[in-house]
Design a protein around this ligand. Structure first.
Ligand SMILES: Nc1ncnc2c1ncn2[C@@H]1O[C@H](COP(=O)(O)OP(=O)(O)OP(=O)(O)O)[C@@H](O)[C@H]1O
Ligand SMILES: N[C@@H](CCO)C(=O)O
Length: 331
């Protein structure tokens, strides 16, 4: 259930008129999602998603919404926020920040194969390049500074071996972040949460071979960070066996090859990929522990299982990703 705030058709019609979308004819609450209130909205101009943000503030939202607009303008398939006559993409409904974005076709693929990873890998690289001239900045609010702040808060809930792993991995990541190789990593706006459930695929035209990626969405953990971190977050979700957390070599090789067909990795990126895969696992282990043990007041989160990313981290430490050249034979 993800309709926390009820919106009437009349309210939606007032907004759609203000945005030049004509009369809204239907409004349907969207059940998936946990953070925000989402509705599908049909107007004479097409299909849209109306979101009322239940947690993010008027100050934080412009970065995410203008990033989506910037990427959409450069041909990256992402929901395009609709602006009013003044060019504003952040609106107000019932006193809450709200947006209207274009609806992506298709649905998420929760059991992706090699071809899905290839499509996401290539589009991820295109998205990174398209973000280079984005003129706003906001740090990744779930980056190293947040990990350093949050580890002491969640550590008391862990048993001694878990606490030791969490602490030693955090120390390792602080060490990596202080290195010259890390300073040389290319950076820019990154999605930072591009899991299977944040990508859509459409069936495509008849006769089209392979899945057709119809869009990336849910940019509300985006921020300025290294492109390699974004890639690592993807590899940790798209290219592992969910039951064990183990790397799937064929899917990993295909994903990386597709990414590199658009933007080859630099030397420091190749060097730090194993460390960044650990960083990606650590980030989501911490956030899941935090959501699980410290639910927010009036909590809307159905916490994900933290032990999944503990397993992924242990796998990444025990079996660092083989040399990318070696992996290529798997693709
Ligand atoms: N632009 C879009 N086009 C098509 N479907 C969308 C779009 N935005 C959201 N959806 C649908 O709505 C569902 C909920 O959206 P989303 O995952 O962004 O939820 P949320 O509550 O905002 O965030 P979270 O997933 O972090 O809880 C998605 O799974 C997807 O099916
Ligand atoms: N993708 C996150 C949820 C927040 O978007 C997770 O799986 O922990």
């Amino acid at each position: 259930m993800a309709v926390y705030t009820k919106v009437s058709l009349e309210e939606a019609q007032a907004l759609s008129r203000e945005l030049g979308l004509g009369e809204a004819s239907a409004l349907r609450g969207i059940e998936g999602g946990i953070e925000n209130t989402n509705y599908f909205m049909s107007t004479v101009e097409g299909e849209y998603v109306l979101t009322l943000f239940e947690r993010l503030s008027f100050e934080q939202l412009p970065y995410y919404l203008y990033l989506m607009k910037h990427l959409a303008q450069r041909g990256i398939p992402v929901p395009d926020p609709v602006a009013n006559r003044d060019g504003d993409v952040l609106h107000t409904v019932q006193g809450k920040p709200a947006s209207v974005v274009t609806r992506l076709a298709g649905r998420s693929e929760l059991a992706p194969g090699v071809a899905h990873g290839r499509a996401v890998g290539a589009m991820l690289a295109r998205m990174h390049l398209a973000g280079r001239d984005f003129n706003r900045s906001q740090p990744n609010l779930r980056g190293l500074a947040w990990w350093n702040e949050t580890v002491p808060v969640v550590k008391p809930y862990l048993d001694p071996p878990q606490a030791a792993l969490l602490q030693s991995e955090l120390a390792f990541q602080n060490h990596v972040a202080a290195s010259s190789a890390y300073a040389a990593l290319p950076r820019g706006p990154v999605h930072a949460d591009l899991f299977r459930d944040n990508v859509m695929f459409d069936s495509g035209a008849d006769g089209q071979a392979g899945p057709v990626l119809s869009g990336f969405f849910d940019f509300y953990f985006a921020g300025d960070d290294t492109w390699l971190f974004d890639l690592a977050v993807c590899l940790n979700d798209w290219c592992i066996d969910l039951a064990t957390g183990a790397t799937d070599a064929a899917r990993t090789a295909a994903f990386l090859q597709a990414y590199e067909s658009v933007r080859p990795l630099t030397g420091p990126e190749r060097q730090l990929l194993p460390a960044m895969l650990r960083a990606g696992a650590l980030r989501f282990w911490i956030s899941r522990l935090w959501d699980f043990h410290l639910p927010r007041a009036a909590d809307m989160l159905k916490a994900h299982d933290p032990s999944h990313f503990e397993r992924v981290l242990r796998e990444r430490v025990a079996h660092p990703l083989a040399d990318i050249g070696q992996l290529a034979v798997c693709a």
